[in-house]
Structure formats: structure tokens, C-alpha cells
Ligand binder design. Structure first.
Ligand SMILES: Nc1ncnc2c1ncn2[C@@H]1O[C@H](COP(=O)(O)OP(=O)(O)O)[C@@H](O)[C@H]1O
Ligand SMILES: C[C@@](O)(CCOP(=O)(O)O)CC(=O)O
Ligand SMILES: [Mg+2]
Length: 384
């Protein structure tokens, strides 16, 4: 049996980092996916191996299933379970002996999340899992969450815990209850990669569309206005776990100040939610709404700077787009990664071309992603 899953990446419009500390954040999925294929193998196909092929990084790992079973006796769990310190040690023993190149060491946490999700949901069946992603890894577009969502979806799709029509041709969505289960498992994987995730990334990847998110609770949003965002990848690599930990340390040093910062971000996200939801046309035209959103993005960026998560390259993108009177903010964990620039509806194509070519001349990579759309989906093949 073979199953495929795909889960979208995301952009955070407002509220990253502050959302980890209980503020509201607004995020939308983007139609750029992580794809996972799962094929169970029989001993005659191969040895009793669990194989993981990470195509984006051209790395392949395998473990005899007996070794995985030794590491996690009595592992199968029908409810999403956190990886305990003891289990984390067992995973480390399985991951440490892999020869992951130093430059790609960040992958170790992704491989650990894979081992936890596979052994918890599928147990110890020999299989080959292939992962390919259209998302840049570690750039703020939620590759870690879409990786965990796609893995959890593919693994759950082959269990009795969810009900899916295996004869369906083409991409298939999960029902509400099953989606909740996929999202909860993905969150357990994201915890292994991020340390202390808010859950917004896995939730928007699982559910799709635009969401408002606060303290683990999602509110689906019906946006009444089109949003066009230019995404600029500074190509400066960074690690979400370290950046989130850095903000928490700053909060411990300056609890009163940071409480104000997080509260200001909460208000920004609430205002954005109100603008996106308000009917168009109402007393505000699209252009007036866009001007308000630009101002909110600028204020959010200022607050992200005060959290210590901006970067010289992010500042270069901000300066460059400001020359064209365009507002930008970092998206995701910052410290490099991607920057969003709102492209107003009436902006001419010539200006977009100019700003893109100036940004690309700095060595950055620009693209306009399709915003919103479906969350995680499953495909039982045979032709995908
Ligand atoms: N396609 C993939 N293949 C292997 N690992 C992945 C993949 N996508 C995500 N990961 C894991 O997620 C990590 C990046 O996550 P993170 O630092 O949160 O950045 P972001 O989520 O913004 O891309 C990678 O270092 C790796 O561990
Ligand atoms: C910084 C944060 O708000 C978003 C991180 O997103 P990303 O991993 O940089 O795509 C962390 C979180 O919400 O878990
Ligand atoms: Mg991430």
C-alpha cells in the first residue's frame, strides 16, 4: 500500500513570537507544499528496514525495525503523546550514529520528529518514507510544521484511527475530527523541532486558509479582501528553536517591558482580524484597508525588532521596499529567513518589477505565493 500526503507552508501576517506567549496571531496557508509518500515494504522487498529519504537535502537514512522496537518498547499510541525525556534519549541514540553533515545538522531534529511520529502511529512496520518540499527549509515559511503535518497525515491515513475513502481518486481532505487528530500529532512533532511552539504553524498547515490563533485556539476567518504579498527570502539560514528561546530569555530579563510588547502585538493582530473580516465595500475602500494593514505591519515589525529577532538583511529589505513606499515585516521566527511586503491592489506591475529586481540584485530571492487554500490532503493513488 502506498499513500501520499501534502501539507502547505504558511506566512504569519502578524503576531509571531508573541503568539508563543499568549498573544493573538494571524496566519494564512500558502500553496507551497511538503510532500510525503509512505510505502510499506515486505521483508522480501528489502531487509526489515524503516527508510527515510529526504530528497531536498539528498540524504537517506535507514534503521532495522528491530532497533526502533528496542528503543521504544510498547510505543503504539492511539492518542497524541509527547516525547518524554526518556524517549528523546532513545531517539538521540538512533539519530546520533547517522552521518548527518555538520552543515545540515538542523535536520537531526526533523529526523527525530519523524521517528517519534512513525513509531507512535505506525509502530514498527518496515516502510519507505520519501519527503520532498517546495518550501525553503528554515526560512520562516513553516517547513517544520508542514513536514510534521504531512508525516502525521500519511501515517494516520493507514490506520483505523481515521476514516478516509481509500478508493477516492485525487486529493482528499480529512473530516473535522480526523483533522484535529492529525493536527495534534503534528504539534507533538513540531515540539521536537521547535522546543516551545505555539501551535499556529501546524494548525494553519493542517486547516489551510486564514486563521486567527491565540493560546492554542483557532478561529477560522472569512477574509473579505484579496491580499497580495511579495515574499523575499534573504537566504540567511536560522533556527526557529534558538530564536524562540532568545525571546523567552529577553522576557525573563525584562518581564514588564516584554508584557507590553506582547500586549501591543495582540492588539495589532486583533485590529488586523477586524479589517480582514469587515465587509467590502463598507465605509472603507480596499485602498484604505490596505493602508491600515501596512501601518499594522510596520508597527509589528518595530515590535519584532524590540524582541531582538530582526537581522541586517531584513533591514535591507525594509529599506529597499520603503523607497517604493511599500510596507514590509519579517515573517516566522526572523533572524534572516523571509520578509513579507504588501503589494496594494492598485500598485502597478512596473513598480513590482522594479522592487523585485532591486531586491534580487542584493542576492535575495522573491516570489508571490498564492495565499489561502486547502490544508493537508491525502492521495491513495495509484496515479498522482
Ligand atoms: N523537507 C524536509 N526535510 C527534512 N527536514 C525538514 C524538512 N522540512 C522541515 N524540516 C525540519 O525542519 C527544520 C526547519 O524548521 P524551522 O527552523 O522551524 O524553520 P521553518 O519552519 O521556518 O522552515 C529543518 O532543520 C528540519 O529539521
Ligand atoms: C516564531 C514562531 O511564532 C513562528 C515560527 O515559524 P517558523 O518556524 O520560523 O516558520 C514560533 C511559534 O509560533 O511556534
Ligand atoms: Mg518552523
Amino acid at each position: 500500500m502506498e499513500v501520499k500526503a501534502r501539507a502547505p507552508g504558511k506566512i504569519i501576517l502578524t503576531g509571531e513570537h508573541a503568539v508563543v506567549h499568549g498573544s493573538t496571531a494571524v496566519a494564512t496557508s500558502i500553496a507551497v507544499y511538503t510532500n510525503v509518500s509512505l510505502r510499506f515494504t515486505t521483508p522480501s522487498d528489502d531487509e526489515d528496514l524503516l527508510k527515510l529519504q529526504l530528497k531536498d537535502t539528498a540524504l537517506e537514512f535507514s534503521w532495522p525495525v528491530s532497533k526502533v522496537r528496542e528503543a521504544f518498547p510498547a510505543q503504539l499510541s492511539s492518542t497524541p503523546t509527547s516525547c518524554s525525556v526518556e524517549n528523546a534519549k532513545a531517539i538521540a541514540a538512533l539519530v546520533d550514529h547517522l552521518s548527518i553533515p555538520e552543515a545540515k545538522i538542523g535536520l537531526a531534529s526533523g529526523v527525530s520528529a519523524f521517528l517519534w511520529l512513525y513509531s507512535s502511529i505506525q509502530g514498527f512496520k518496515p516502510a519507505t518514507v520519501v519527503v520532498t518540499s517546495e518550501l525553503p527549509l528554515g526560512a520562516g515559511l513553516g517547513s517544520s510544521a508542514s513536514f510534521c503535518v504531512a508525516l502525521a497525515a500519511a501515517f494516520l491515513a493507514c490506520t483505523d484511527s481515521v476514516s478516509l475513502d481509500v478508493n477516492h481518486q485525487g486529493w482528499l481532505s480529512f473530516g473535522e475530527k480526523d483533522l484535529e487528530l492529525v493536527n495534534k500529532w503534528a504539534f507533538e512533532g513540531e515540539k521536537i523541532i521547535h522546543g516551545k511552539p505555539s501551535g499556529i504553524d501546524n494548525t494553519v498547515s493542517a486547516y489551510g486558509n486564514i486563521i486567527s490563533f491565540k493560546s492554542g485556539n483557532l478561529t477560522y476567518m472569512k477574509s473579505n479582501m484579496p491580499l497580495k504579498m511579495l515574499i523575499t527570502n534573504t537566504k540567511v539560514g536560522r533556527n526557529t528553536k534558538a530564536l524562540v528561546a532568545g525571546v523567552s530569555e529577553r522576557m525573563l530579563r525584562h518581564p514588564d517591558i516584554m508584557a507590553f510588547v506582547f500586549s501591543a502585538v495582540d492588539s495589532i493582530s486583533k485590529e488586523l482580524t477586524a479589517i480582514l473580516k469587515s465587509p467590502t465595500p463598507d465605509e472603507l475602500t480596499i485602498t484604505e484597508k490596505e493602508e491600515k494593514i501596512e501601518e499594522l505591519m510596520e508597527m509589528n515589525q518595530g515590535l519584532l525588532q524590540s524582541m531582538g529577532v530582526s537581522h541586517a538583511t531584513i533591514e535591507t529589505v525594509l529599506r529597499t521596499t520603503l523607497k517604493y513606499k511599500l510596507a514590509s515585516k519579517l515573517t516566522g521566527a526572523g533572524g534572516g529567513g523571509c520578509v513579507l511586503t504588501l503589494l496594494p491592489t492598485l500598485l502597478s506591475g512596473t513598480v513590482v518589477d522594479k522592487v523585485v529586481s532591486e531586491l534580487e540584485s542584493c542576492g535575495f530571492q522573491c516570489f508571490i505565493a498564492t495565499i489561502g487554500g486547502a490544508g493537508v490532503e491525502i492521495n491513495f493513488g495509484p496515479s498522482y
